[in-house]
Ligand binder design. Sequence first.
Ligand SMILES: NC(=O)c1ccc[n+]([C@@H]2O[C@H](COP(=O)([O-])OP(=O)(O)OC[C@H]3O[C@@H](n4cnc5c(N)ncnc54)[C@H](O)[C@@H]3O)[C@@H](O)[C@H]2O)c1
Length: 336
Amino acid sequence: MSTKWCVIGAAGIADRRTIPGILADPDNELVAVMDKVPAAAKSIGEKYDVPYFTDAEEMFRAVPADAVYIATPVFCHKEQAMLALRYGKHVLVEKPIARNEAESAEILDAFRRAGKQLGVGYMMKYHNLHQKARNFIKAGKIGQPNNIRLQFSCWYPDIEGAWRQKKALSGGGALMDLGVHCMELAEFVLDEEIVDVKAFYSTHTFSYEVEDSAVVIFKTKSGVLGHMDVNFNIPDDASVSKMEIYGTKGAIVCTGTLGQDECGTMSYLFAPQGDYEAMQNRVSAKPKKYRGAGKNIYTKQVAAFKKLLAAKKPNYKMAKRAVHIQALTDKIYQEQ
Ligand SMILES: NC(=O)c1ccc[n+]([C@@H]2O[C@H](COP(=O)([O-])OP(=O)(O)OC[C@H]3O[C@@H](n4cnc5c(N)ncnc54)[C@H](O)[C@@H]3O)[C@@H](O)[C@H]2O)c1
């Protein structure tokens, strides 16, 4: 049986990526879209040939749906997820789940009490190279992982009225928008929690109130040390987007893989070493290279969410991690 989807906040990432991702699987049906901007609702509704609304309750009353995808500014997530829940829907909400841990935990608690599924749009874990990296680490190929480094940036100058540039609407800047992806991805590939974070952040280039630059160091439960830098002030073309993981037997370096496409490369070096080598000769080992598979990671994200819907009991692992990521960002914002 196909899954019937409706969308709240239809004209941003929903239209650019997730609706095409939903529709790429014939087992999904888009049944309605809602956007608070009437022209946006109309144009997206007409584009996908579905009923469109400017009021979510009206949409829920008019069109039967199984699942709701919410892709609105972050300050709207809690209220809209709760509304969808009142109408008995499962929800896939965009990242970050909400502006802080308290709001995020409230959403999760409500879904757990109601027994409805809650997913969060951290789609980078569905990139084939990130999954390969996790599998290599799990199989012990790089030995004991001991260091992870992530870089993710984009160009986001001052824009009049942009919700992401106002703390009350977004919850934060580069850290809240890009850093959360890095932390979630690090926890996914290492398959363990980050337990502590420290950071510097600032609004270095632009004049909006949220940070355009952040450097974070962190520690996982088993003691892997991590570093991530996220910026809104590096041109898109200059953004390398990188994840490097080093261990006692080798390294995995993903280049150009953090983002919205399943692109980039991963080089993997297996170089176990016995004795101390005073020469530190680095020329003998040759890395293996893999490429992004070019599939749609949003389709994979929706497929993973549907798998959860098909299970007998809801699974909140993904949502719990999203709440935990908000606790880490709260700590960073409270400490500086
Ligand atoms: N996972 C990803 O790849 C990815 C990429 C970009 C954004 N996002 C996330 O998606 C969410 C939206 O970001 P965006 O870039 O699409 O923003 P956006 O501003 O481009 O689009 C948001 C859409 O929501 C509509 N909207 C605003 N307030 C609304 C309300 N109260 N009710 C209904 N519709 C409303 C807007 O009119 C607009 O069409 C954020 O949580 C963001 O972090 C995720």
